[in-house]
Structure formats: C-alpha cells, structure tokens
Ligand binder design. Structure first.
Ligand code: ADP
Ligand code: MG
Length: 678
C-alpha cells in the first residue's frame, strides 16, 4: 500500500469526505494513519448484564431481541431495544436515530458501551455506542472497534466523527502495517528500546492496554524528535559546506579599545558571548548563532562589538528588528556606541531609508535594501517574531557568493532544552548574568478592588517626576483593530480615572510611524507622564525614568512575556513597580501570575510556564510553524538529548545516509512538515 495514495481511493471516501478531511490535514493514506487519537475511552470491561453497575461506564455484549422506534409527543424519535446475554436482559434507548432499526435488526449480535440510567429502577442503557459483532476486526485483539475496549478518540471536524475515523483507519491499518518498512535503523531501535513502526502504529490506534499506548507514544515521539534533529544536523552541514563567509578578524587591542570606550564594564557573560561570536566571525564558514539573554542583560552591546569588528574589516552590518520603534532605538543606541569612531549608523524602514556603515531596520531590509559594499554580518533582534519565511530570506539572499555571518538575538528565555530542539542547528550563547546594580522590580498581583489605589500610586509617582506604562493586551495574536480599540477605550477611561494633572499618551501599532515616533519622544522627554499602550512596547523601549508598569488582563500573557514587559521599568536609578491585574478567577491563572511576585529570572519563569501551559502557549509560537510535533514532548530533556545523540552518531557513521535509504526517503517526504527555521 503506497502511503502517498490519495485518500479518495478508499471506499466510502468521496469528494465530500475528502474535502472535510482536508480540514484535519488528511489528504493521503499516510495522513490518516498518522492521525493519532488524543485520548481513549476505557470501555474495556465487558460485563454480564445481570452484574451491570449503574455508576460505571460499561460494555455489554449480547443479541438484540427486539427493537422499535417510538415517536414522542414533541415529534422526536426514540429507539428502544431489548438486549440479552446469558445472564439477563437490559433495555436500551437511543435518541433521534430512527435509522438504527435498519442496521440493528432483531437477532443481531451487538456490543454496546455507555452508562446506565441512574434514575431507572431497572437497568437501562442510555444512548450507548454500538457496533455489530463481527469476526474480521480480530486482528486488533478485540472483536470490536467502537466498544468493549480502549476506544480511540480522534481530533474531529464537522461531518467526520471519531467513529468514522476509527472505522476507516481500522480498514487500512492492517495492510499499511504489513507493507510498511521501518525506516528506523535497527541499532537505534535496540538501543532506545523502541517498538517497531508497525506495532507502534497499531498500538497507538487500537491499544489493548494503556501500556500499549505508552509504548506507541515512546516510539512515535522518538521518531519526531529524531527526524527533526537529523534534518537539522543535515541542514547545518549543508550550511557549513556550501557557504563561504568573509573572515572577519579583529585584534585584542582593538577589541579592548572598543570596551574601554564604553561607559561601563562588560559582564563576564557578555565577554564570554563576545569571545564565542568573534571566534565565529574569524571562520570561513558562516556563523549561525543565537544570543540569548534576559531583558536588560545587555545583548545590544555584544552585537555592537561584533558589528565593530565587521566594520574594521571593511564590511557592512545590518540589524533587523521586528518593529520600527525598535529599529529607531537600535539606531540611536548604536550611534552612541559608535560616535568615537565616526561610524555612520543608518536606518531602513518602510518610512525612512538611509544607508550607513551599519544599517538598522525592519523587514524592509529584506525587501528593498541593497548594501553599498558587502554585508558581512546580519543581526536579527527578537528573531522569533520574524516569520520563518522572512528569516530564511534574510539569511539566504545575498547577491555575491559570500554569505554573511548570522547572529540572532532573543530575550525570550528559551530553556536550553527547548533551544536544542528548536534550533538544533544553531550555536547558542547565553547571557546568564545581569549587569551589576540592577534592581528588583517590586511586583504585585493586585485585586480589582484595589485598582483605584494603584492609580493613586501612579499619580504620586508622577508628582515625584516619574512615569508609568499602562498596558492593555493584544486581544488577538498580534496588533489588530480589536487590540487598538482596547487601548483606546482604556485611554478614554483613564482620562476620567486619573487626576487631570497627569498627561496621558496613547501608543499602538496602527499609528503612523511618524506619530509613534513623536509619542515615544514625548514620553522619553516626560512630556507624557503615563503611556497607555498595547504590547508594542514589549521589546526594547528604554525610558529610565519610568517606574511603574501596570498590566491589564495579565493572564493573557505568558510569564516570560510578562517578565519582558516588566523589564521596561527599573532601567534607571529609581525603585520600580509592576502591577498585574486580571479578571480571571481560574486557580491556575492566579498561581501563574503569583509566581511573578517571587521569581525574577526569566528562564525560571519560562520553565514554570512550560510546565503549566506547554511550549506553544508559552512562546506564542503555535502558529509560527515551530511545533509540528503530534506526540513528542519537547520539554522532555532526556528524549530530546538522546534523539540528538543518535542523529549525530548516525550521520557521522553514514554522512550521506547511503546505507539508510529508507530513512533518507522518510526525511525527504517529511522535510516540508518538519522543516525548521534556521
Ligand atoms: P537587552 O539584552 O534587553 O537588549 P540592552 O542591550 O538594551 O539589553 O541593555 C540594557 C541596558 O543595559 C542598556 O541601557 C545598556 O546600555 C546597559 N548595559 C549593557 N551592558 C551593561 C553592563 N555590562 N553594565 C552596565 N550596563 C550595561
Ligand atoms: Mg534588546
């Protein structure tokens, strides 16, 4: 059976069904086989009718004695039946399925799973799942599919029920399993103690026991991790073999001079990262490194040092930021840093285009920017905010045959495990410590009844000359009209709630960039005391005089994101505060938000959130194509590590996968599904 056969060829899957199946991303036989249950109903206990316990989900098996439809006074159909086994008889009722009398005729052997009516004096099964007992499903170790076993429940869509999926999968699985050859090398199967593929696929759909489910998940989850790691390792090798980067050299003395001109001493972590990056730049192979560091850990200056080295070698640097605000801010920061050297820092956004020795910009850099000479270094700030496609473009498209070195930066505190999975082909540098003298931002989850008190606190801070942010959440995943409206509404409300002396400003992503710039400048100059804003301020905005960050509907944010937002204050010498508000009463939300009061390390908060919400939620990456795993748990450090080890070992022994043709084919066939950004 060819796994790539279109699903339409299956009996009973016409045009109509295949359209519906597309919604579940099922278009080939293989997709159906890889459409896994997300849970199982445990109907595995088959009982005698006489012993049926009213409080349990039960399965009974017997013969239909009689079955008939009754019309209720309200015009609905009831189907009632009497079923008998050796121990006794039981009444069964179904609602609004009059066709049942045609499928389940008297004399038919049936299996029924469901619950007994607790109110009925005599045992009575209410709307159970049913199926006719036949011999041919015996290969799934039970005569039944929909009853009397661990019954798989699938992701469904309109018009496609679990029952339908179960029947279709059961009809092709035995053939599929018989013809599929396992692509996993035997050594790995043995070493990792894995099921073979056929057994795993059978067990995930039609397990005998929960232990079967575990075994199946272990194997199929390993497949996902292993194939991802293998693909990443191959990509990395290609990246290294095909591309030549300009070698960028800088002397110790020059680097020291750069450091001496800074208004502060670099932290140990910054120096370590810088050493790693400089070593990258010196190589002929293009660097592909991720620089990770908490908000305020000082990534910019590390990147600036790399840009300085690049400049010294007669090459340009571009720095791409996810928003225009950030691009302008980087331009300003870099201008300050580079003023001693006469290095020009340009800007390249939708609205302003000016080339420099180093050019900061937005994704406009990708579409319209052409270097004066040769770009030696591409720096991408907050890289996870760039779409996968955009990023690929940034890295790949160079007119000359020289590829630039790539340094991506993120403040998202991705735990090392996750980084390993996400960016198996990147090198990683982490700024694990903060510059000295950073203060703790006093954080409180404020009950709504104390809201006016919080406003009073902000007024006092403003009287003392300080400033505040009031943040309304994105209502949708990114800046949309709805979020803008939320910010506008809050702005209007606050006009009446806050003292007239407080000068309010409103900032959101839908403003023209000129307006945005004006508002930010006003805020920086304290012409605006309190800035009402959507999370466009999340990254980067540096206003040391701001001391309060008030966040509405805080439960909508991941903890790591809240931590970043909180990092917008406490950047100066004044004690700073973060007030979190929520309307949520959910225990889980409260617990999560409470941890902000105690934990001040981004990485730790990310770990907490990972455990409580899962990676997709935490990093807002669900839609961005990062997580294509159906089964694998990428927070499971051990599995991730062993998948990576095995992948590397295999490639070392068989670099071209010459002796692993099946694996090679598998990789090719899934490369679109698992393809990761790099
Ligand atoms: P992030 O990692 O969040 O991008 P930045 O690069 O914006 O952080 O740095 C935050 C602030 O810390 C900036 O004002 C920067 O000048 C300052 N800074 C960076 N490194 C140091 C250091 N080693 N000592 C003191 N201040 C530093
Ligand atoms: Mg930054």
């Amino acid at each position: 059976m060819d796994p790539k056969t279109p699903i339409e060829v299956l009996p009973g899957v016409g045009n109509l069904y295949s359209k519906k199946l597309k919604k579940l991303e099922i278009s080939k036989i293989e997709d159906l086989i890889y459409h896994f249950p997300f849970r199982y109903d445990d109907f595995s206990q088959i009982e005698n009718i006489a012993k049926a316990n009213p409080n349990e989900k039960i399965t009974i098996q017997g013969t239909i004695w009689q079955i008939k439809n009754i019309r209720t006074p309200r015009g609905k159909f009831l189907t009632t039946a009497i079923i008998a086994d050796q121990s006794g008889t039981i009444e069964v009722i179904w609602f609004n399925q009059p066709y049942l009398t045609k499928t389940l005729k008297a004399g038919t052997p049936v299996s029924l799973s469901g619950k007994l009516d607790p109110k009925s004096p005599r045992p009575k099964l209410i709307a159970p799942s049913y199926e006719i007992l036949r011999a041919q499903v015996a290969q799934f170790s039970s005569q039944t599919l929909h009853t009397g076993r661990l019954v798989p429940i699938y992701p469904e869509t309109e018009g496609i029920t679990s029952k339908w999926l179960r029947a279709k999968i059961a009809s092709i699985l035995p053939f599929y399993v018989k013809t599929v050859t396992d692509f996993m090398p035997l050594e790995i199967i043995a070493k990792e103690n894995l099921e073979n593929l056929g057994a795993a696929l059978t067990k995930i759909h039609f397990p005998k026991t929960y232990q079967d489910v575990e075994l199946a998940r272990k194997r199929l989850g390993f497949d996902e991790l292993f194939l991802t790691q293998l693909a990443a390792a191959i990509r990395k090798r290609q990246w290294l073999s095909q591309k030549i980067a300009p070698q960028i050299k800088i002397s110790r003395a020059e680097l020291q001079n750069f450091q001496n001109n800074l208004p502060f001493t670099l932290t140990g972590a910054q120096i370590k990262a810088l050493v790693e990056i400089i070593a990258d730049l010196e190589r002929k192979t293009p660097a592909n490194r991720l620089l990770e560091g908490d908000v305020g850990s000082g990534k910019t200056v590390v990147a600036a040092a790399a840009a300085y080295a690049t400049y010294k070698n007669g090459l340009e640097t571009i720095l791409a930021a996810p928003t225009e605000i950030l691009a302008f801010q980087h331009q300003k920061t870099l201008r300050d840093i580079f003023s001693p050297y006469g290095i020009t820092v340009g800007i390249w956004t939708g609205s302003k285009k000016q080339k420099g020795d180093i050019t900061c910009g937005t994704h406009a850099l990708l579409s319209t920017f052409q270097a004066k000479k040769q770009v030696g270094l591409v720096i991408v700030d907050e890289q996870h905010r760039f779409g996968v496609a955009q990023r690929a473009k940034l890295f790949m498209e160079q007119k000359s045959n020289l590829s630039p070195h790539v340094l991506t930066m993120t403040a998202t505190p991705i735990p090392r495990t996750l980084a390993l999975t996400l960016y198996g082909d990147l090198d990683l540098s982490v700024l694990y410590e903060m510059p000295e003298g950073r203060q703790k931002i006093a954080t409180y989850l404020v009950p709504n009844i104390k809201r006016q008190g919080a406003y009073g606190f902000i007024e006092k801070q403003v009287e003392m000359g300080r400033q505040a942010f009031i943040l309304t959440p994105f209502v949708e995943p990114s800046e949309t009209l709805t979020s803008v409206k939320a910010a506008k509404d809050e702005f209007e409300k606050l006009k009446s709630k806050l003292s007239k002396k407080v000068k309010l400003g409103l900032l959101h992503g839908r403003l023209k960039s000129k307006e945005k710039e004006q508002i930010i400048t006003k805020f920086k100059n304290n012409k605006i005391n309190v800035l009402v804003t959507t999370p466009v301020v999340e990254v980067g905005i540096d206003v040391p005089n701001a001391t309060v960050m008030l966040i509405e509907s805080a439960e909508r944010f991941g903890l790591a994101q809240l931590h970043q937002l909180r990092g917008r204050v406490g950047r100066g010498k004044h004690q700073s505060y973060c007030f979190l508000f929520t309307d949520s009463k959910a225990e889980n939300s409260i617990k999560r938000l409470k941890s902000m009061e105690k934990v001040y390390i981004g990485f730790e908060l990310a770990e907490i959130d990972l455990k409580m919400r899962g990676p997709g939620e935490v990093f807002g990456l669900k839609q961005s194509g990062f997580f294509n795993f159906k089964i694998a748990d990428i927070t499971d450090q051990k599995s991730v590590a062993s998948a990576q080890t095995e992948a590397k070992k295999l490639l070392k022994a068989d670099p071209k996968l010459k002796n692993h043709e099946l694996l090679q084919q598998k990789l090719e066939s899934i490369s679109s599904e698992y393809s990761q950004p790099n």
